[in-house]
Design a binder for this molecule. Structure first.
Ligand code: MG
Ligand code: MG
Length: 258
């Protein structure tokens, strides 16, 4: 049984989600041809620690960095490295923080310089599929309603949904129940209850949905080596309209100061 969060807990998670959102924006400002993914990781870790939080991915089951940074055909869980970003790449940045005992977790896929039209469509579709899923995160719906909304939107645009990985509940632990798949049947799965906090995180492939695990045991790649995109937000299930705790506004709106 999933325990809905109290409003006091949600208030702490709201603060944390904003910190994660700002961290992603700090990283996004630095994304450019010629920058290494290790440099992006360093910027994020510094920002997180300067704001009194802990980068929760670092050391999580042995993960070696503050961020998961996944370039092009890497779906998720990429290691920051001395790889130098180049024009036309896409870079998925996934960030987790621990703050006042609660977890935050969000992700964004950035284009590096100009990307081709198909890649831009992949990014736009993946982000839009996330918001389609969020719309379903209301009291009385079921987990399958979220997955179905994500899947039907992404597939109708001609892309495919990774099934081996999924979103999750979040709170004192980074990964709590329920799992939140990005595919499913309407009306199936656990019931959504007001106060549940979940991360919705579609991973959408330009080509086929197949993936494989790299030899390092972490990095997930597309089987056909075509691009994959990943967007994630933390959401509170509410009656009527869900509350989105994290935001892409710091990334996308130049008039939002932080
Ligand atoms: Mg994440
Ligand atoms: Mg997550």
């Amino acid at each position: 049984m999933v325990r809905p969060k109290t409003e006091e807990e949600i208030a702490l998670m709201r603060e944390n989600a904003i910190l994660v959102s700002k961290t992603l924006a700090v990283v996004g400002k630095a994304v450019a041809p010629g920058v290494t993914t290790l440099e992006l990781n360093r910027l994020a870790e510094t920002y997180i620690r300067d704001h009194g939080a802990i980068p929760s991915f670092l050391g999580y089951e042995g993960f070696p960095a503050a961020l998961c940074i996944s370039v092009n055909d890497t779906v998720v869980h990429g290691f920051p490295s001395d790889y130098v970003l180049k024009e036309g790449d896409i870079v998925s940045v996934d960030c987790g923080t621990l703050y006042k005992g609660y977890n935050g977790d969000s992700a964004y896929t950035f284009p590096v310089g100009e990307v081709d039209a198909e890649t831009r469509k992949l990014l736009e579709t993946t982000k839009a599929s996330l918001f389609k899923g969020i719309e379903k995160a209301v009291d009385g719906n079921r987990i399958g309603d979220i997955g179905h909304a994500v899947q039907s939107y992404a597939e109708s645009a001609g892309f495919s949904v990774v099934r081996e990985l999924e979103g999750h509940g979040i709170g004192r632990h980074m990964h709590e129940n329920p799992g939140v798949p990005n595919y499913g049947r309407p009306g199936s799965g656990p019931k959504l209850v007001s106060g549940m906090t979940i991360c919705i995180e579609p991973m959408i492939n330009a080509g086929t949905r197949g993936v494989y695990l790299a030899k390092n045991g972490w990095e997930v790649h597309t089987a056909d080596h075509k691009n994959s995109a990943h967007f994630e937000l933390t959401v509170v299930v509410r009656k009527g309209v869900p509350e989105v705790l994290s935001t892409f506004d710091y990334i996308e709106k130049s008039d939002v100061e932080f």
